[in-house]
Every structure is written in C-alpha cells, then in structure tokens.
Design a binder for this molecule. Structure first.
Ligand SMILES: [Zn+2]
Length: 264
C-alpha cells in the first residue's frame, strides 16, 4: 500500500480523493512516515504523495490568479535580462529542455517566488536592487533549487497528511490549503512558508547552478547582505523563514569555500 501511495498515484488510477479516504482510515497514516522517495538531485528521502504533473496543474490556477491580481511591469529590457539570466540558471540546473516562464511584477516588494510547472515571479523591488546579473542569478538559482528540490510537492504532501490526520479538512483538500502549500498563502491568509531545511537546500542548490552557469558565486554573499540591510521591519519572504540571516549567509559562505569556489 505504501508503494501505491508513494509510487505514482495516477499510474494506479487513484484520485487524490481516494488517497485522502485511505489516509483518513488511520491504519495507513501510521505507515506514511516510511513512505519516502529519494530526490535524485539531493539524495534526500522525501515524503511525497502527489506527482509533479498533478501539482503543476494546480499551480497553473494559482499562477493565473497571481497574474490577474498583481500588475506586471512592462519593461522590455528588464524582461529580457530576467529571461537571459533565468535560462542560464535553468541550463546550469540541467533543466533547459523544460519550458520556463519568468514574469516581472510591478510592486516594490523585494521578493521572488516559483510555482510548480516552472513559473517564476520576480518583483520590481527586488529587480531594482540587483546591480549585477550575479545577484539575479543568486535569486533565480534559489528559486530553481525549490523546483529541483521538489519542495512544493513535499510541503503539499506534509500539509495534506497533517490536515487529514487531524480530520480538519475532511475528505476534500481545502483549496486554501492547496494554495498555501503552493506558496501563495498571502492570497488566502494562510502562511505556509517553505521550511528552514528547504530554504537552506535551495540556497545550496542555487550556488551549484550559478557555478555551473559560470556566474560568480562569491556575489551571493554581498547580495544576501544587501537583502538583510534593506529589510525594514517586516522581512521579505526570501528571508522570513530565516530568523537569523547571519547564519544563513555564513552557511552559504562555508559551502562556497568548501567547494573551492572562494575564498569568500
Ligand atoms: Zn525560498
């Protein structure tokens, strides 16, 4: 049963509804922690009960809503630069054969996000502090790291299992929980940020992709320092799950030096 759940739900003709019924049965829930899939990119075992195509399908809806709700920044030069840096990073991650969409949103937020299905949102406020391409590459490497790390699927799976175990969501996935799990919690008032472990993993994967794409990985340090400074009272999402940004920067610094890409 574990295999049927964790393998590939659609391959077995199971609907998510059925999975949830199964989960609610309780006996299965006890078996779930053992239900893990190794991530080929990181080697880390992950608890995932949704396949990527299902998740991308759900994300499309969230992406459409985001685009409807937030104005886009029509700046052709900026758009071209974002796509150029973004595609270099995708190539560095070995994902250039997939289709990617990069959209600039016209708000002051110093933030960016990624949705399953390779939809990347980048805010004007963040763009405008990216003095060099390497800084944009730091952000985009991090976001692509969330994709290859399968962090949305992991978060979604954890959330659904938890909600089901608590019998809060009943037999249906609450669409708000789904939205929050996809990273658009701000829209529905539920905060479900990526975990600290996922953020740290995305940082490291991002550095690898920057290096593979011939960006200057050392520039990640001044970039994160700059983010920390311009922070104001409310930290942007890129920082929010890191109560101690200094630790995060030190972690990135140590990694760069350990790979011999420093000294930094
Ligand atoms: Zn992140």
């Amino acid at each position: 049963m574990c295999e049927a759940l964790c393998g590939n739900a659609s391959r077995h003709g199971l609907e998510r509804r059925d999975l949830l019924k199964g989960l609610a049965a309780g006996a299965l829930a006890a078996a779930l922690p053992a239900c893990t899939t190794p991530n080929p990119e990181t080697g880390r075992d992950q608890f995932i009960i949704i396949d990527d195509s299902q998740l991308s399908q759900m994300a499309l809806q969230a992406w459409a809503q985001q685009r409807q709700r937030v104005p886009q920044w029509s700046n052709r030069a900026a758009q071209a630069r974002l796509e150029r840096v973004g595609m270099r990073i995708a190539q560095g991650a070995g994902r250039a054969n997939e289709s990617w969409e990069f959209v600039l949103f016209d708000t002051d937020e110093k933030n960016a996000f990624v949705l399953p299905g390779n939809k990347v949102g980048f805010y004007r406020g963040l763009y405008q502090i990216c003095d060099v391409d390497d800084w944009m590459a730091t952000v985009l490497g991090h976001e692509v790291g969330h994709v290859t790390g399968r962090h949305a699927a992991e978060r979604y799976s954890r959330e659904v299992a938890t909600q089901t175990a608590l019998q809060v969501a009943g037999s249906q996935i609450n669409s708000q929980i789904a939205m929050a799990a996809l990273g658009l919690g701000a829209q529905v008032g539920i905060s479900l940020p990526f975990g600290r472990e996922q953020e740290a993993e995305a940082d490291i994967l991002g550095i690898n992709y920057m290096h593979a794409a011939n960006f200057d990985v050392k520039q990640a340090i001044p970039f994160w320092n700059r983010m920390q400074q311009g922070n104001g009272s409310r930290p942007p999402e890129l920082l929010s799950t890191h109560p101690d940004p200094a630790n995060r920067i030190q972690h990135i610094r140590d990694y760069i030096n350990s790979r011999g890409w420093g000294p930094v």
